[in-house]
Ligand binder design. Structure first.
Ligand code: PLP
Length: 450
């Protein structure tokens, strides 16, 4: 039997913890992020067996590798069946180029994959005699609604969701501020990066300890882990030849999405290249090119707004995977193995202009409707594959439903249908608080809430 997986801090100055502690604590006290002490392998025959299998079976098999010492198998089976009660369509766009639509969950973004799994996992550990926990989440748009929806009406949990007032679309805001019940929405007069800094400070603030704050941002390992499921499925569902490598283009903001894909590579998924696709917040592509890491501050407001992150939290995990170390301010302490990173991945920046053109041309040429985040990874895929002599098997993540971004699609004269789950949203009553970027004010607010 291999060792039980425990979780260590990427900064190396906090004790290792068990899964449940990493789950509720969110982040270690030393400013690092939790990583598994061992990345389990899927051997080629196991991957073969998963080819053509439905989503929840693939997700269960892959996640079982991480959770086999944590819960009974039928519990994981229940969690995956309940969490993944929606379709995960894969469309061929042309040649061997595909998109995976991760937008069929209740809040119409891929964040549902992690949020729904995490809520059910926390429920599994939360006992009825435990006092209420507050899930605090800072969001650039989609995390907040996914988490709020996943915990909505769940006993023992309250959700406080902070969003940047001017950086989320009208519909994204409505998905958070029309829920009510145990969900408290807060519109803030600042940028996502500042909100995230406030949230992180709150988790570490001893004055707030009695609120039992729990993080649901992708700094939490349990937000990242479930995403390993769809990156595996993107491969097994295409049923490649045994061992045939794939090219994955991954829309990247806070880097949870793409770090999960790097983990599938470590687990044994055959990958030719991971294309790390960013918008104009291009600190990572810049690093890949020059070896110098420079957070973008302040972050740029691009149309793929959920990717407007100038100092991605999960860079700590990604660098750790390659033997490097970076702190949460984006200061490099130890250089990752850049050669290895360059063998596995390519960083690609996609401008807003190219994002617009991509949405338009993919629609005109192939009748396929993309939204801005998916267009970023598609543009990266297109650039990469067009330069190859042999067309590789490839897939790009379409991370949200086009109906969430009607503003961005006006230019091509298409009014996308709303996903079923969002119908009626425009008529619902909104209810939210307003705060500035000031931490003191935010703290006051949290006290009043308690
Ligand atoms: C969050 C988000 C992203 C970026 O994912 P990260 O895990 O933060 O890199 C991309 N697209 C959409 C629609 C998102 O909501």
């Amino acid at each position: 039997m291999p060792d039980k997986i425990r979780y260590y801090s990427t900064m190396g100055k906090a004790p290792e913890v068990e899964f449940a502690e990493a789950l509720f604590q969110g982040q270690p006290p030393d400013g690092g992020l939790y990583m598994p002490t061992r990345i389990p392998k899927m051997d080629p025959s196991e991957i073969e067996e998963l080819k053509g299998q439905p989503y929840r079976d693939v997700a269960r098999a892959v996640l079982w590798k991480f959770l086999c010492d944590e819960m009974p198998e039928q519990e994981l089976d229940r969690i995956t069946s309940e969490a993944y009660n929606f379709e995960v369509p894969i469309e061929r766009v042309h040649d061997r180029r595909h998109i995976i639509r991760l937008d069929q969950g209740p809040t119409a973004s891929f964040k549902d994959f992690a949020a729904r799994f995490m809520a059910r996992t926390m429920q599994f550990y939360q006992r009825s005699e435990d006092s209420e926990r507050i899930i605090l989440v800072a969001t650039s748009g989609d995390t907040g609604s996914a988490i709020a929806n996943a915990f909505w009406g769940v006993d023992g949990f309250r959700v406080v969701v902070l969003y940047p007032k001017h950086e989320v679309s009208e519909r994204q805001a409505r998905q958070m501020n029309t829920l009510g019940k145990n969900v408290v929405a807060v519109a803030c007069e600042t940028k996502f990066d500042q909100l995230q800094a406030n949230a992180i400070r709150a988790f570490e603030d001893p004055d707030l300890a009695k609120l039992r704050l729990t993080s649901a941002n992708s700094i939490n390992w349990c937000r990242l882990m479930p995403q390993i499921g769809y990156h595996f499925y993107a491969y097994t569902a295409l049923e490649p030849e045994k061992g045939e490598p794939i090219v994955d283009a991954v829309s990247s903001g806070n880097f949870g999405n793409v770090t999960a894909d790097f983990i599938t590579l470590r687990m044994g998924k055959p990958v030719q290249r991971i294309l790390v696709a960013t918008n104009e917040n291009d600190e990572f592509p810049g690093f890949m090119e020059t070896g110098i890491y420079r957070p973008i501050h302040p972050s740029k407001a691009c149309i793929s707004n959920a990717m407007n992150v100038g100092n991605p939290s999960n860079m700590r995990r990604l660098f750790d995977l390659y033997g490097g170390q970076i702190d949460r301010q984006g200061m490099l302490h130890k250089m990752p193995n850049l050669d290895a990173l360059r063998r596995d991945a390519v960083g690609m920046t996609v401008s807003d202009a190219l994002t617009h053109i991509t949405i338009q041309s993919v629609y005109e040429q192939y009748g396929v409707l993309l939204e801005p985040h998916g267009a970023v990874s598609w543009a990266a895929l297109h650039r990469y594959c067009s330069l190859r002599e042999e067309e590789p098997l490839s897939i790009a993540t379409e991370t949200a439903h086009p109906g969430k971004f009607p503003e961005a699609l006006q230019a091509i004269g298409v009014e996308p249908d709303l996903p079923e789950s969002m119908k009626g949203l425009d008529e619902k009553k909104q209810d939210f608080f307003e705060l500035s970027e000031d931490y003191g004010e935010f703290k006051e607010f949290m006290f009043r809430l308690a």
